[in-house]
Design a protein around this ligand. Structure first.
Ligand code: GLU
Length: 344
């Protein structure tokens, strides 16, 4: 099997990112699998110059390794692959109709917000299908708007009939997950109106090209997994040939509880006192950080210092599977080490 860590270089890593890397690294390395690094810099406005190098330096300092150290994957260098993926999707038709699963969408964010049901806090807005109906009912209007160069994104349509509309998978941490794609996910952006490829497409293309079959990441992406399973299915149905030469139709998934700060908000790269730069400058050791993350993952009963390599022999998803509420960094908790309480 092959695992990966796929950070966005939008700032210095914090404890939450280290915890995610530790889980991904242990999941693959504890079984002697490959581990790959991918820099998710497709969303250029969010990228901070040099953050990728600092990230790799922090990861090495923490005791991690990865197999593509000489040439980590950078999304910003892969536009051709994403264009090829779009061509593959164009060939796939929707249900019984002859229409492609891809369609142009002229809606603005405000239009969508006004027409959507409230989302469940994972940033997902279920698109009401306005432009899919426009294409069905008034294809000539769509052609005319495209011909006059109206700005548009490209969306992938969700299947409307069973069994395709049900996306289910067994998560190593959260167990059986089931989503009704049209109702809970909705038609999703594959290429943005500004021309950038969307996160949901590029992640699937990259995972396919790298031969990744062990996907570990935060639980805020559970619903994205249902969507990504459909994108993967459509890509393969459209003849997509992975660069690695192996077709992974169904990867394994493990989603992690989220880490909140002391005020109950999700950790963000803005929290400078908890970032790796601040911790390293204050003399905190890799073993102290790894020990705390191992406790967050419930693979150690306490947050005693430990190296990543020392955790390899006993790694299992079981403790997290039986105990997976989100974690809050709490200065009062006896397992919060002093170096961390000082930073909170
Ligand atoms: N780049 C994403 C993040 O930093 C991870 C995406 C993924 O694992 O699919 O949260």
């Amino acid at each position: 099997m092959t695992g990966r860590f796929a950070p966005t270089p939008s700032g210095r890593m914090h404890i939450g990112n280290v915890y995610a890397m530790l889980a991904a690294w242990l999941s693959s390395r504890s079984c002697g699998e490959r581990m790959l690094l991918r820099i998710e810099d497709v969303d250029k406005p969010r990228v901070i110059a040099g953050a990728d190098q600092l990230m790799m330096d922090d990861l090495r300092w923490l005791g991690f390794d990865w197999d593509n150290a000489d040439s980590p994957m950078y999304q910003s260098r892969r536009t051709e692959r994403y264009e090829y993926a779009l061509e593959c999707l164009q060939n796939v038709s929707m249900d019984e109709s002859m229409q492609s699963v891809l369609y142009p969408c002229f809606c603005s964010r405000a239009d969508i917000r006004a027409a959507s049901a409230p989302n469940e806090g994972d940033g997902f807005m279920v698109y009401p299908g306005t432009c899919r109906r426009l294409l069905q009912d008034h294809p000539e209007e769509v052609q005319a708007r495209l011909a006059q160069g109206d700005q548009h994104s490209m969306r992938i349509a969700m299947p409307q009939s069973s069994p395709d509309r049900d996306a289910s998978f067994d998560d190593c941490v959260y167990g059986r997950q089931q989503y009704d794609l049209p109702r809970e996910v909705g038609d999703s952006v594959i290429r943005r109106a500004d021309g950038l490829f969307g996160y949901q497409l590029v992640v699937v293309v990259d995972d396919l090209d790298m031969g990744v079959d062990d996907i570990v990441r935060g639980r805020d992406l559970l619903r994205s997994t249902a969507l990504q399973m459909w994108i993967r299915h459509c890509l393969l149905a459209g003849g997509f040939k992975p660069e690695c030469g192996i077709v992974i139709a169904n990867p394994e998934y493990a989603h992690l509880p989220l880490i909140d700060n002391a005020a109950g908000r999700r950790l963000a790269k803005r929290e400078r006192s908890l970032d790796m730069g601040a911790l390293r400058a204050r003399g905190v050791t890799p073993e102290q950080i790894i020990g705390f993350c191992a406790w967050l993952l419930r693979i150690r009963p306490t947050s005693e210092p430990v190296t990543a390599a020392e955790l390899l022999n006993d790694f299992s998803w079981q403790p997290l599977h039986t105990n997976h509420p989100d974690r809050a960094l709490d200065p009062e908790d006896p397992n919060t080490p002093q170096w961390l309480a000082d930073a909170l």
